[in-house]
Design a protein around this ligand. Sequence first.
Ligand code: HEM
Length: 216
Amino acid sequence: MELSGWRQSRAFLLCFRVGVALLASVPLFVLIGRIASGNLGPDPGQEVTQALGIAAFQLLIATLCITPMQRWTRWAGWIRVRRMLGLFAFFYACLHVLSFLQFILGWQDLWATFTKRPYIVAGSVAFLVLVPLALTSTKGMMRRLASDWKRLHRLIYVSVVAAWIHFIWQARSDVGEMVVYGVLIGGLLWLRARWNGWGVLVPFVRNPRVVKRRSI
Ligand code: HEM
């Protein structure tokens, strides 16, 4: 459905995009504020790593919320912020990994750490599948890859599930929070399956129902 009335105006879309960008930057500003005021508790490196990890995870989930929001509100403006949210998630994921390497690992025993700790293996999967998505997020790549682009970008489902496994695996307490995230992710994936068939959840697989309907 076409945009209508005030929601269609360029000014509103611009405000919406700027608002979403500001919201997505909040975790970074809060973290910078905490670093500046020395309010990071007894283990600052761990605090920074955790804050960046949770920001990446939440923004990944927010990216997955865009298509349902667009369908429910019948407002195409949502789609205009999807790529930005995905790139913010990737940005925080990069900082999270760098923070882990710098503050927790000290760049030592990389191979053993990345292959022997299962929750780090899950985190690495979540991160690595985001890399091709970020690299192919430009309009040019979208055009060049055509229908393959959509199939490739279904890797986001793998990333969010791997990130959830990574999160729950290293949790020491408050499993309730992970359950809430799990239900949310499950619901978002179920919606895709309901709209486009279960095949849509598998990256790279051709799905005729998905080619007809435009959603990832
Ligand atoms: C190479 C990839 C990754 C590595 C090595 C890694 C490493 C870590 C480590 C060491 C922690 C625990 C920090 C602590 O409490 O001591 C952690 C927590 C976490 N990571 Fe990752 N991570 C990776 C990728 C990701 C990605 C891609 C995401 C999300 C998209 C993510 C989301 C999280 C979340 C949500 C937490 C829990 C934060 C909390 O306890 O509040 N991680 N990660």
